[in-house]
Write a protein that binds this ligand. Structure first.
Ligand SMILES: *Cc1c(COP(=O)(O)O)cnc(C)c1O
Length: 387
């Protein structure tokens, strides 16, 4: 096949929609770049741009200060022993699963775990035992159920699972489980615990050791104001030699990282945003207050917030019978809500959803949240009056 101009033209520059919209998309609120990161992105955009002073190990590069980030800043920030940069939360999880377990081993996942946890386990050829949640409306993960799952694996296979994981918070309801208790239970069976903090590392304070977790995973593009794909992986000393074991062929290279990970602009955006990311985690209490305030405004309109109540995270899942009812007769059907919100410059509720949707209030601010809540009310009034 010939590569012709018309194909190449289709790949031409595509401008993004207005970036000034109020964004409540859970995927995007924590990944918006800081001004410094935006500059870094341009400055370091060339391929392999960080490799000028590399002596063969990415995380030991002093200029730019990647070593400072990986060996000082991040271990302190995450309260863990050894940190590496990966390409994302899923790559971090895969590295741990692949190194800590061998083909056919069991690992324990919370039922609400992200699909990428299941896929990572599959890629590592592992068996999965899930810890059920409490179902609607709270979808709570009960720490004690980890003991049941581990016991079941022991019963079936004669040995404890190689690893357990808790999603903190889960990516659907924004629930924060009792990690300390889960860690205690897992450790009583000598099962190490991984915390998937894709939605927490970079938003709220996460102290791996204080929580008792052995592995901590974060997503740069989800929650650390970074241009991805980029993630972080923190490992307790005891397991660092396993997860970060070196190649027998290329002695400086770590096998699970395929030798080297974020080798360009992505890690530089993480570095550029890091001071602000640290600061914003210290403002977490205000973020939770904003989330609760917004949730109560929506509940006054007849929406129902599922998951933990009162809620402890900016990611929230709503059941919206009032919007569902409108969608049954609205001219645009189930797309009416998306279109009405778009008209009001509000982005982030998935097109076509009315009955259930999730949103995030992270860093949106009271003023904008108030505008979003008023817009919801306006839309309800408009369609109910039209009846
Ligand atoms: C978004 C998300 C992921 C995936 O993160 P990546 O960094 O893109 O791999 C994993 N787990 C949870 C809970 C998520 O919400």
């Amino acid at each position: 096949m010939e590569l012709d101009d018309s194909t190449l033209n289709k790949l031409g520059f595509i401008a993004r929609g207005p970036r000034d919209a109020i964004n409540i998309d859970p995927l995007q609120t924590g990944g918006k770049l800081t001004e410094d990161a935006r500059k870094a992105l341009v400055e370091w955009g060339d391929g392999y741009s960080v490799c000028d002073f590399c002596g063969g190990v990415l995380d030991l590069i002093k200029k730019p200060p990647i070593e400072e980030l990986v060996h000082n800043a991040l271990p302190a920030f995450l309260d863990t022993d050894v940190v590496r940069i990966t390409h994302g939360a899923r790559e971090s999880k895969f590295a741990v699963m692949h190194s800590m377990a061998k083909e056919g081993d069991y690992i324990v996942l919370d039922e609400l775990a992200h699909y990428s946890s299941f896929v990572a386990a599959e890629r590592a050829r592992l068996n999965i035992k899930t810890v059920p949640h409490s179902a609607s409306p709270e979808y709570r993960t009960d720490a004690e159920k980890y003991a049941d799952a581990i016991e079941e694996v022991i019963q079936e296979t004669g040995e404890a699972p190689a690893l357990a994981q808790i999603t903190y918070p889960d990516g659907s309801y924004g629930n924060l489980a009792d990690v300390k208790r889960i860690a205690k239970i897992c450790h009583s069976y000598d099962v190490p615990l991984m915390l998937n903090g894709a939605y927490s590392v970079g938003r709220m304070p996460i102290h791996a050791k204080k929580m008792g977790v052995d592995f901590v995973v974060g997503s740069g593009h989800k929650s650390m104001a970074s241009s991805g794909p980029i993630g972080v992986l923190g490992v307790k000393e005891d397991y660092a030699d396993i997860v970060f074991r070196k190649s027998s062929i290329n002695k400086a290279k770590e096998v699970e990282l395929l030798g080297c990970t974020a080798r360009g602009a992505t890690v530089m955006t993480m570095i550029a945003s890091f001071p602000e990311v640290v600061r914003r985690t210290q403002n977490w209490d205000n973020e939770v207050a904003d989330a609760r305030w917004f949730s109560s405004k929506l509940e006054d309109m007849g929406l129902i917030q599922m998951g933990d109540r009162p809620h402890n995270h900016d990611l929230m899942f709503f059941k919206a019978p009032v919007f569902y009812e409108i969608s049954q007769t609205a001219k645009k059907g189930r797309y009416f809500l998306y279109k009405e919100l778009k008209k009001r410059n509000i982005h982030g509720i998935k097109s076509g959803l009315t009955k259930y949707f999730k949103l995030s209030t992270f860093q949106v601010g009271r003023e904008n949240l108030s505008y979003v809540a008023d817009s919801f009310q306006e839309i309800i009034d408009k369609y109910q009056k039209a009846k």
